[in-house]
Design a protein around this ligand. Sequence first.
Ligand code: MG
Length: 667
Amino acid sequence: MLALRKSVPAFVVFFLVVAATIGIGVHQAVGFAVSNAVHRDGEVRLRQWAGYINTHLPDLEEIVATGRLTPEQVHKLEVMRDVGNVFRFRLFGPDGKLILVSDKTTTRSNGDSVGGINLQARTAFQSGESQISVKNGEGETGRPDVYVQSYVRAHGANGQPIGVFEIFVDQTKMATFLKAIFGWAAAGLALLGSLAYLIPAFAFLQRNADATRAEDQISYLTEFDPLTSLMSRRSFTQQLDQALARPYAYLTTDAILFIDIDDFKSINDEYGHEGGDQFIVHVANAIKSQIQGHGYAARFGGDEFTVCLPGITQSSLKKICERILAAARKPALCGYQLINGEISIGVHLSHKTATSAELLRAADIALYNAKNSGKNRFVVFNEKMAHQLNARRELERRLHDAYENKEFKLNYQPIMDSKTPKIVGFEALLRLPDGNGGYIPPDEFIPVTESIGLIGPISKWAMHEALTTAKTWPGELFIAINLSPRQFEDGNLVATIKSAIEQTGFPSHRLELEVTESLFLGNTEAVEVQIKELKALGVSIALDDFGTGYSSIGYLIRYGFNKLKIDRSFLVAHDKDPDRLHGVLETIVSLGHRLGMRVTAEGIETAEQARMLGELKCDQFQGFYFGKPMDCDNVAITLLRSTADTMAEVKQLASGVIAGQSRKTGN
Ligand SMILES: [Mg+2]
């Protein structure tokens, strides 16, 4: 409507000009038409009157000749005067001399003016052409408002011209009638004309308004974020670029803030996208309210915001950041629910020789550090962060290359039965070559693999690879494979594992899947459903690294794990404080057994540790003391040494190794 209102004054002026032009034109046209019609009607009436005179006044020739009237002739003429709305007439001789006058009150031939010469009458007689004109009698004494004045020849009994009549015909009624008729017709035409103009004009204006409104909306969407009314990413960077381009800009210090909502995905998961949007608006309002008068802000995308605080001091910056954090921490109202969330802020103090992209990148690096150092805080950028980020980027590149070039490897660490002790299975461990003959530690590359979204496809490959290898192993050896909490998020995990089992033909009861306690920080209901579905496939589920995370007996009861793996940190702690930790380990093993789980101890490095855990009735052992992670060829050799007590097993294993090597070489 804004655009339409803008067009209205011009439209109204234009319409008034057109209407005035039409009005003047119509008025003149009506006047001309009425005058013409009155003229023509008067002409008809004159002919009728002249015919009447010739018929009823045969002695007209005598009157012209003598200039005298008998009373009878006067009476006839007065009767004739009223014929055809004639209210006055005069009779002239051929030379234009006035012979008689007949008006409303009298007809005479000897008045004061009789005898005078009328040039118009003489001209009419000589030319033989009637002279007719329409007159306006308004304001003239004894004259109607509209009348016709004419000079026409008078004829004798034989038809010869004998003089000239000047005849006055009252046409007021005719003119009034015609004016009314033409006036209505003109009004109708004017209305039709106006409509003919107005309808397309209004349609044009409406279309123009629609187009302008669309342009306004596009412009608004380009410059502002429709959800939060903050600046858009584009307009923010434009304004920042303009500020950086100003002369002497380097004399002041600007702060660039990069803000991100902590764990935004969990807010979306819990409250839906409507709740997520509501919290985004809440954070936007928190930012706006705290930077008022100090700078400008934008929604940079998703749950990311940027702020520029020109010419800010360090102390003011600290206060503003703390106030934004506090305002964002306040609960946001969504319907009848309160949403609690937090944000992290990365800050870069510009030196004004950098581009806007460089400033924002530095603030983003600081934000990354704020996230990694606990979230719900602000961190100011320093150069060390840049080096860390470069290392991270390098690792990301390495991960992508390794995935593309199929460079990942699987190692297998033996797991022993505590009573025999014999190898009962292997845990598959993912290895990433560093490209220089070594390996990148898993605790370095696994979190990055998860964060860049590669954990799904890599785990799928690892699952298929491990099952294919383990299928060549003899007897009932199981294979344990670690699952990332991220794999439970996309909903494809069960189908992926089912597919791998079917494709490789590996017996599902020999597959053990290891999950960690961090899995239970997310959507526990969805996790529980998937664990039940996995167990329905016939696989075992082990809780890995027990004791390092959010250990909860509630989880152990709720999920019904098949196995509990005690984290290696307990053995490290036991070496330092054996009296205290012995009881703890005893309790964990006992708890596992009471809940129907087998218990595996990880990280065993000495015979003493194995003996102690055997006494505690731990079911299985894993650690360097029994075997380091090894490739599949060394698995075969290890198995040969430890289990080749019957020729049947040796033969089975040998055939498996040969089959595995053939698969690897493509033979
Ligand atoms: Mg594990």
